[in-house]
Design a protein around this ligand. Structure first.
Ligand code: PLP
Ligand code: COI
Length: 342
């Protein structure tokens, strides 16, 4: 069992720490079985399973927070359940019913309560559902058998810088997804596609890649493992694209922006428009709301300076504070986003 006595909850990386339990459910003979609780970190699967050969793998990411009031809040799990269903339909896997997903999420959080970081730490419990095709097939065809596993791990910020602006790079020679491909679903293969570009960016001192739309390479798509948004005057602007993952954090920030009196525009954003924005950030469950200081267009050797003094801008800062405030229970959850554990 993992010993938590000497853990420094405030300086956790975004990494893996073994929790006590994970939960699993198997789809076989046309139905989902009983929820199983496991203390093993391993799965035993067939060497010809479709997830190993043909990429039948989808996943999710969501978080649970411990509030000042001691309550445990899970942020928008219904939205993750729906996105997992869309991803499953997208690559012909078996959709996990929303009720089953929610029951498993609540169960795994409860079982691992001691791994939920304390309120003051700024850390949270990351919940990772993953569904894989487990049937043996050699021909390319969807499996008839699937396994859903949900594990948890306590995490700190995705970017070690925390809430400090980072630089990102644009490279036209890489795509993370095709125009009508799997970018809109949370499919493991998308992340494999992004690894070459991301490694290059990181070697050159950037935190992530800002991908352009794969069809015309004119418009902003998304930013590594997160969506992109910018603040331009009184507007929150964010890309509309068929090849990006619909981010639950972005949807939430759009609502918060409206609550703050900003106008929200979801539309194609030409890369040149970066010269006119006041603030920019990437957003996601792991990335939360990470401000950007500079965007480097490698092919044109042009740097868009977003933050001249290297500090986060006032609107991105307020959005970040309000989002975190709702997630931790410090700000009233007027949109009913949190699931509070009994
Ligand atoms: N885009 C990609 C490619 C991601 O991996 C993620 C992370 O889940 C996001 C965007 C942000 O989505 P969400 O806010 O739902 O976590
Ligand atoms: C998340 O934000 O939950 C993600 O899935 C990003 C992850 C790939 C690190």
């Amino acid at each position: 069992m993992t010993n938590l006595e000497n853990i420094n909850w405030s300086s956790l990386p975004f990494g893996y720490l073994k929790a006590d339990y994970n939960v699993r459910c198997i789809y076989k003979d046309g139905k989902w079985g009983e929820i199983e609780v496991s203390d093993s970190e391993f799965v035993n699967i067939h060497i010809a399973a479709t997830c190993l050969h043909y990429g039948q793998e989808i996943f999710e990411g969501l978080k649970a927070f411990r509030g000042k009031d001691g309550k445990i809040r899970i942020f928008r799990p219904e939205a993750n359940a729906q996105r997992l269903i869309n991803s499953a339909k997208g690559i012909k896997m078996e959709p996990v019913p929303e009720e089953l997903f929610l029951e498993m999420v609540k169960k795994v959080v409860k079982l691992n309560e001691r791994f939920i970081p304390p309120y003051e730490s700024g850390s949270s419990l990351y919940i990772r559902p993953v569904e894989i095709g487990t049937q043996a097939r050699v021909g390319v065809k969807p499996a008839d058998e699937y396994t859903l596993i949900i594990f948890v791990t306590p995490v700190g910020p995705y970017f070690p810088e925390g809430f400090k602006p980072t630089k990102v790079a644009v490279y036209r020679e890489y795509d993370r997804a095709a125009p009508c491909g799997t970018g809109r679903w949370k499919v493991g293969g998308n992340y494999a596609c992004g690894m070459g570009a991301t490694a290059r960016a990181q070697e050159n001192g950037f935190s992530a890649v800002l991908f352009l739309d794969p069809k015309e390479k004119k418009y902003l798509d998304e930013c590594g493992p997160a969506n992109f948004f910018a603040i331009k005057g009184n507007k929150y602007i964010t890309p509309k694209s068929g090849s990006i993952l619909p981010s639950i954090t972005n949807m939430s920030l759009q609502q918060i922006a409206k609550d703050m009196g900003l106008e929200v525009e979801c539309r194609p954003i030409p890369i040149e428009e970066l010269a006119e924005v006041d603030e920019a950030a990437e957003c996601g469950t792991a990335a939360v709301c990470s401000p950007l200081s500079e965007i480097y267009d490698n092919d044109n050797d042009k740097t868009y300076v977003i933050s001249k003094d290297g500090n986060p801008g006032p609107v991105v800062t307020e959005l970040y504070k309000r989002l975190q405030g709702i997630q931790k229970g410090d700000i009233e959850d007027i949109h009913g986003w949190n699931t509070i554990l009994d």
